[in-house]
Design a protein around this ligand. Structure first.
Ligand SMILES: CC(C)(COP(=O)(O)OP(=O)(O)OC[C@H]1O[C@@H](n2cnc3c(N)ncnc32)[C@H](O)[C@@H]1OP(=O)(O)O)[C@@H](O)C(=O)NCCC(=O)NCCS
Length: 200
């Protein structure tokens, strides 16, 4: 199997312009415009501190033999935004560039976000809204064991709930959540049966 040419890391201010131009729209699938728009808005949302949002990126890398460590090529292959919405843990949006789909990048990003949100060691439900025709995202969530209901406020949307469970042997790249993230999410990690998110 070919070596993976990407890794995951948290977004930083130096990624601002790249994320503002990030493209994950699928031609012919209008419902993929919203995730692209939301990801492009993340740099401003993070700077304005208007909402609780954390972004992880899948960055393309090349192995630097001189330094014996990976070097980023500068291309972002995928991104996920997540955070606390009131009392709920929410995966706000996720996107992968068109030419690198179905390689596991989307799943790795979502798993890393789930892991960060339960970094205090408790299991918790993480919610997301997905267009009912978004086969790829609904399929990805299904693989993560999601249960879903129709959004009572929007007939085009499904509300997914994925149970994030601490994994002692993570199968995705190791992710060590920063202490600040752990503290932020600790208060929201409530185990329990599926329940739809609070409707504003
Ligand atoms: C949804 C999206 C992020 C998936 O990213 P990805 O890196 O291709 O996903 P993965 O490779 O991790 O795929 C995981 C699973 O999702 C499902 N899946 C992904 N793409 C699929 C497709 N085109 N058709 C059917 N199922 C698909 C499969 O079950 C797949 O598992 P498999 O490869 O074992 O069959 C990507 O398609 C995307 O960016 N779409 C446009 C933006 C978008 O709609 N985002 C969702 C916001 S709610």
């Amino acid at each position: 199997m070919a070596a993976r040419d990407w890794y995951l890391r948290a977004y930083g201010p130096a990624d601002r312009e790249k994320l503002k131009n990030f493209t994950c729209y699928t031609p012919g699938q209008r419902w993929t415009k919203t995730p692209q728009k939301m990801l492009r808005q993340c740099p401003d949302a993070i700077e304005d501190r208007e909402q609780d949002v954390t972004v992880f990126l899948a960055c393309q890398i090349r192995w630097d033999w001189a330094r014996l460590r990976p070097r980023e090529t500068g291309r972002i292959l995928g991104a996920i935004a997540f955070g606390l919405d009131g009392e709920e843990l929410v995966s706000q949006t996720l996107g992968v560039v068109l030419d690198r789909r179905q390689e596991g990048i989307g799943t790795a990003l979502k798993r890393a976000a789930l892991a960060a949100m339960i970094a205090d060691g408790h299991e918790a439900r993480v919610y997301s809204h997905v267009h009912k025709r978004n086969v790829a995202m609904n399929g990805l969530n299904a693989k993560l064991g999601s249960e879903f209901i129709k959004d009572p406020d929007d007939g085009d949307l499904l509300i997914h709930g994925v149970l994030a469970v601490p994994d002692p042997k993570p199968s995705t790249p190791p992710w060590h959540a920063p202490a600040e993230l752990m503290a932020r999410f600790a208060r929201a990690t409530v185990p329990g049966p599926w329940r739809p998110p609070i409707q504003e």
